[in-house]
Design a protein around this ligand. Structure first.
Ligand code: BDR
Ligand code: CA
Length: 314
């Protein structure tokens, strides 16, 4: 199984990604680090620990990461989208476990060394912890096998500004540092993640499940539906984070995934957080080495929702 470090801001979509990774036979989740985003880093760790307990996976350590972003303070979370506690107001049974003593960036550095050449990093929240880990130990860029990120919007509108996606917009400086580092990055932007949806039938099947995690995710979905009805005109949920997890594991055939130069707008103007993507490959040249490439997943070749449902229900 592939050794995985997950960095997340749990989050309804993050909860789905965690459940997907737990169900996968290809993934060995060695540790989870949390960052502020949907909710605070500490709140995300609480949600993660509770979810792991519900899944019977108290063996997976959870490390709290950065509360604030590199150059800005945490703003209090996306409560309008994810509910007050980040997981749609669903109250999970409280796990007796606590986060480990090491920080999320420290955990990432340690796992990169312990699994040299093997570790897969999956980042589905703001990229603050990854950027700090690179500062702590720049050699992790050579040690990590690859980094898969849910973030950005290449040719579609943003979801927090007209051009920016939430994970990148929360900490554009961190995103820039992560894309500039010499590790292979796969970026899974809104272009792809807005194409896969769960609907109310899926929600009902999750609620009918005897699996506690599937049931809990079914309960969370209503909050997500309340938000996305404004975007899609019907009660559906996008699958940002679990889709990125599936791409990281190689579970999905990719349709369009060019290697392009992606630059992050770190200015304070209206473009802040935009993933400026050189899709024609003409304007910015190519990354200096093959290893330092960014692969931009613009579409996948197969529907993801059925795969996710199967993973959650079985
Ligand atoms: C991303 O932002 C968060 O709200 C979601 O969990 C996802 O990671 C989508 O823009
Ligand atoms: Ca997330």
């Amino acid at each position: 199984a592939l050794p995985v470090y997950l960095d997340c801001d749990t989050g309804i979509g993050d909860a789905m990604a965690i459940a997907y990774l737990l169900a996968s036979e290809h993934a060995a989740l060695l540790g989870i680090g949390t960052v502020s985003g949907n909710t605070s880093a500490a709140g995300a760790a609480r949600n993660t620990l509770d979810l792991l307990a519900l899944a019977g996976r108290d063996d997976i350590p959870v490390a709290v990461g950065e509360h604030d972003f590199l150059t800005r303070a945490f703003h209090g979370g996306a409560t309008r989208v994810h509910g007050d506690n980040g997981i749609g107001g669903v109250v999970l049974p409280e796990s007796p476990r606590h986060p480990v003593a090491e920080s999320a960036p420290e955990m990432l550095v340690r796992l990169a060394h312990e699994n040299a050449g093997q570790l897969r990093v999956i980042a589905i929240g703001p990229l603050t912890n990854l950027a700090i880990a690179l500062r702590l130990d720049p050699t992790i860029a050579d040690l990590v096998a690859d980094v898969t990120i849910m973030g950005g919007a290449a040719m579609v509108p943003g979801n927090v500004t007209p051009v920016a996606e939430a994970n990148v917009h929360n900490d554009p400086d961190a995103a820039a540092a992560v894309l500039e580092a010499a590790w292979p990055v796969t970026l899974v932007p809104l272009d792809t993640t807005m194409q896969s949806l769960l609907d109310t039938d899926d929600r009902d099947r999750l609620l009918a499940s005897t699996r506690p995690v599937a049931h809990a995710i079914g309960e969370m979905l209503d909050t997500y539906f309340d938000f996305y009805v404004q975007v899609f005109g019907r009660r559906v949920s996008v699958l940002h984070d679990p889709l990125a997890a599936a791409v990281a594991l190689g579970d999905l055939e990719l349709d369009s995934a060019p290697i392009v130069h992606v630059e992050i707008d770190t200015t304070n103007g209206p473009g802040r957080g935009q993933t400026v993507s050189d899709l024609r490959g003409r304007f910015r040249g190519h990354p200096p080495t093959e290893r330092a490439r960014t692969r931009l997943v613009l579409s996948v070749a197969e529907p993801f929702a059925p795969k996710l449902m199967a993973a959650l229900l079985t």
